[in-house]
Structures are given as structure tokens and as C-alpha cells.
Design a protein around this ligand. Structure first.
Ligand code: NDP
Length: 399
């Protein structure tokens, strides 16, 4: 029996709230707080049990601390934006509450995707006897857990990791992003970095393309190598990795629009002056694009996200692939959301459950692959993200 405060009432916040509400034996009390309380109330109205809602500005540590001191939750689930990670961690320290998020902290003015700011809280959380679980979404999140589970059960040593994130869904718009457009575009337009022989190698954004055929007739898709934050923690915690890459699928229409928007400066993150006002182009663009939380009813098709790992077992080379396939319309039927928010929100609920049940409660700041993957993997099968594991004869994205 535990109480959680969920911060952020966007696409992911909606799913986390639905999923926590489905498990009253774990999440006996839920408070959903966000900048716009109306959005919390709209989510609350979709549920078949009552939850509390609140208005809070998560950039304001004092206001957040007051909310946490009033509500006295056991855990904060942060599904606001990466800009709020540090202020929410500060408020958790001040109020003595455990913390969980799904994306690493980013400063507003630079797209960095680095854990260093949050890893710097290690001692503070240890001294306070509080747990902070970082990156409990799908990627980062389930992909880190897949990696640690494969390493634990299938190999003596892992050498190569390819995380492959395919969204075979179609929302019918010429251009829309499946999660927060600002975060999505910052991620996709950033330079690519992948791990190769002990160091990160930088290449231009979207400069490496491959074709990937998903299992179970999901189809074949063009995937592009890009940087993704879990690479940083995974190569640190699995030092035998010689190569680690992240791939994501993009449709031609998405890439064409992104190229044009980039060329004309609409994806820029630095403010420009317009009619006497400072405007950040990417924030203006966000106001024009469809809200990701409205894509649910119109998105059809499936996602297929997983990890392919090469390594050594009993002296022999081996390749193992673990993946989850999720149907957008099935997600919509269950929680009124498309699969991108669903596949992020379910692991956030499961990570929270791990902490609240004491399985992953340990003072300090942890990336998700640092805990025992087994109970999380079991819960993925139980709570809507069933996974498969297959051994592959060969795997080479360069061919
Ligand atoms: P949305 O933009 O849909 O939702 C963000 C929510 O946070 C909105 O309700 C917004 O409020 C609220 N918010 C923003 N700033 C503040 C603030 N200062 N105080 C209080 N609330 C605030 O984003 P998503 O739901 O798509 O994404 C949520 C998080 O999940 C992001 O951090 C994203 O990076 C992460 N994510 C992680 C994935 C993974 O697999 N690990 C995949 C997808 C997303 P308002 O409604 O007023 O704007």
C-alpha cells in the first residue's frame, strides 16, 4: 500500500496514471500533478477509481517541496520534461521521497543527453537514504533491462549491442512526433555517437542507414543510427562491450519535413527576436504540430523495440535478440493512448512498483540496468509488454 505523486500530465503521464490505477494493491493512493491541472483532471476522468490532482510548476523547487510535504508520498514518478529532472530531484531530497524518471536531465539551451548532472546526486541520495531510479521508460528503460537480462542469462561476456527501435505505426499526418516534439526533434537532429573500441565515435546525424526486418510480420523498415542516452550508462556498466549502437526507424515523409524545417532554422533551440519578442524556433514549431497525446485514436500499426547482443557463451560466439511488439490500437483501447506513450508509461509503472515493493530500493542514484532484471522482466509480461527471446544465426546491419 503506497502513495505516489506523478508529475506531468502529457502522453506518458496519462499512461502511467492508468497503469498505476489498475494496481490499487500497490498504488493505493495516486496524486497527478502538472503545470496545467485541467490536463490532470481530464486523465482522472478516464479512470474507474478516484485519484487526486494538483497544479504545480516543477521548475519551482519550493512549490514542489510544499506539495510533497503536504501529500507525503512514498515515491515521485517524474514524467514531465527532462528540463525538470534536477528540480524534482532537489524537491525529493528536501521532502525525503524516492524518485523515478524516464529521461535524463537536459539543460534548456543545449541538447546534451548526458547523465553527469544526475549522477552527481549520488552522494546526496545515499546520505538521505533515498532511491533515485533513472531512465525507467522503454528506451532508456526496458532496453537497458533487456541488456542486463541477456547478459545475465545468455552470455559469459557481451561484446556488441544494437538497440533497434522500430515504429511501424502510421498516424496519417504528413509530420507529427510520437512524444514531446521538442525533445524528439532535439534528439533526432543531434550528432550521432556510438561506442566503438572503448570510445564514443561522432558522425553526422542520420548519416548511417540500414534496413531491418522485424519479427512476426511487423515488416521491413529503414533504420538510422543515432545517439541515445542509454548508451552512456550501458557501456559504463557493461565494460566488455566493444561496440554499442542505437537505431531508430523513420519514414521518408518525417525525414523530408525534418530536413526542410532544419534548413530554414525551425528546429533551432536558441531564441531569435521576432517583433520585439524572444522566440525559440523549436518551441514555436511545437505549438503548430499535433499534440502527441491526441495521436492515439488515429495511429495504426505496431512498434517493435528490442536489443540484439553478440557475445561469448562457453567459449562459443552467440547472438541473442529480445524484443517487444505492441499494437497502437490495442494500447488505445486499454489506456486511450498510442504505443509510444504506452511503451514508456508501463516501464515507469513497473520501475515504481519495483521500488515500492522493496525489490529495487537502495539508497543512491541508479540506472535501471544496475538492478536485478528478473522481476522487471516478469512484470513486463504481466502488465502489457510481453517480450520474446530468440537466438539468431547471423546479424549484420552493414549488409
Ligand atoms: P508531453 O509534452 O506530452 O508531456 C509533458 C508534461 O509535463 C505536460 O503535461 C506538461 O505540462 C508537463 N510539464 C512540462 N513542464 C512542466 C513544469 N515546469 N511543471 C509541471 N509540469 C510540467 O511529453 P511526453 O508525455 O511525451 O513525455 C514525458 C517524458 O517522457 C519526457 O521527459 C520524455 O522525454 C520522456 N519519454 C521517455 C521515453 C523513454 O522511452 N524513455 C519515450 C518517450 C518520452 P503542460 O501540459 O502544461 O505542457
Amino acid at each position: 500500500m503506497s502513495k505516489v505523486v506523478i508529475i506531468g500530465a502529457g502522453g506518458v503521464g496519462g499512461v502511467v496514471t492508468h497503469k498505476c490505477a489498475q494496481l490499487p494493491e500497490v498504488f493505493s493512493e495516486i496524486v497527478l500533478a502538472s503545470r496545467t491541472e485541467e490536463k490532470c483532471k481530464a486523465i482522472a476522468a478516464q479512470l474507474d477509481r478516484p485519484i487526486k490532482t494538483a497544479q504545480v510548476d516543477a521548475d519551482d523547487v519550493a512549490a514542489l517541496t510544499t506539495l510533497l510535504e503536504q501529500e507525503k508520498p512514498d515515491l515521485v514518478i517524474n514524467v514531465a520534461l527532462p528540463y525538470q529532472d534536477l528540480t524534482i530531484m532537489d524537491a525529493c531530497l528536501a521532502a525525503g521521497v524516492d524518485y523515478l524518471d524516464t529521461a535524463n536531465y537536459e539543460p534548456l539551451d543545449t541538447a546534451k543527453f548526458e547523465y553527469k548532472w544526475q549522477w552527481a546526486y549520488q552522494e546526496k541520495f545515499q546520505q538521505a537514504g533515498l532511491t533515485a531510479l533513472l531512465g525507467s521508460g522503454f528506451d532508456p528503460g526496458a532496453t537497458n533491462v533487456f541488456t542486463s537480462w541477456i547478459a545475465k542469462h545468455h552470455f559469459d561476456e557481451i561484446h556488441e549491442l544494437d538497440i533497434i527501435d522500430v515504429n511501424g505505426g502510421d498516424h496519417g499526418y504528413p509530420f507529427a512526433t510520437n512524444f514531446n516534439p521538442e525533445i524528439n526533434i532535439r534528439e533526432v537532429t543531434a550528432e550521432c555517437r556510438h561506442w566503438e573500441n572503448g570510445e564514443f565515435v561522432t558522425t553526422p546525424a542520420m548519416s548511417k542507414k540500414a534496413s531491418f526486418t522485424c519479427p512476426e510480420q511487423v515488416g521491413s523498415y529503414n533504420i538510422y543510427r543515432m545517439y541515445h542516452e542509454e548508451l552512456e550508462s550501458l557501456v559504463k556498466h557493461f565494460p566488455t562491450l566493444k561496440r554499442a549502437q542505437f537505431w531508430m526507424s523513420f519514414g521518408d515523409s518525417y525525414l523530408k519535413h525534418l530536413e526542410v524545417l532544419g534548413n530554414v532554422g525551425m528546429t533551432g533551440i536558441e531564441a531569435v527576436e521576432f517583433q520585439g519578442q524572444q522566440i525559440v524556433p523549436i518551441q514555436f514549431l511545437k505549438t503548430l504540430l499535433p499534440d502527441p497525446s491526441t495521436l492515439g485514436p488515429r495511429t495504426k500499426g505496431k512498434t517493435c523495440i528490442g536489443c540484439v547482443i553478440k557475445g561469448i557463451k562457453d567459449g562459443k560466439e552467440k547472438i541473442v535478440y529480445v524484443y517487444n511488439i505492441k499494437d497502437h490500437q490495442d494500447c488505445y483501447k486499454e489506456v486511450q493512448s498510442q504505443a509510444i506513450s504506452y511503451t514508456t508509461g508501463v516501464p515507469a509503472m513497473i520501475g515504481a512498483k519495483m521500488i515500492l515493493e522493496g525489490k529495487w530500493k537502495q539508497p543512491g542514484v541508479w540506472n535501471i540496468e544496475q538492478f536485478d532484471p528478473d522481476p522487471f522482466m516478469e512484470d513486463m509480461n504481466k502488465y502489457g509488454l510481453p517480450w520474446q527471446v530468440v537466438e539468431l544465426d547471423q546479424f549484420d546491419l552493414d549488409k
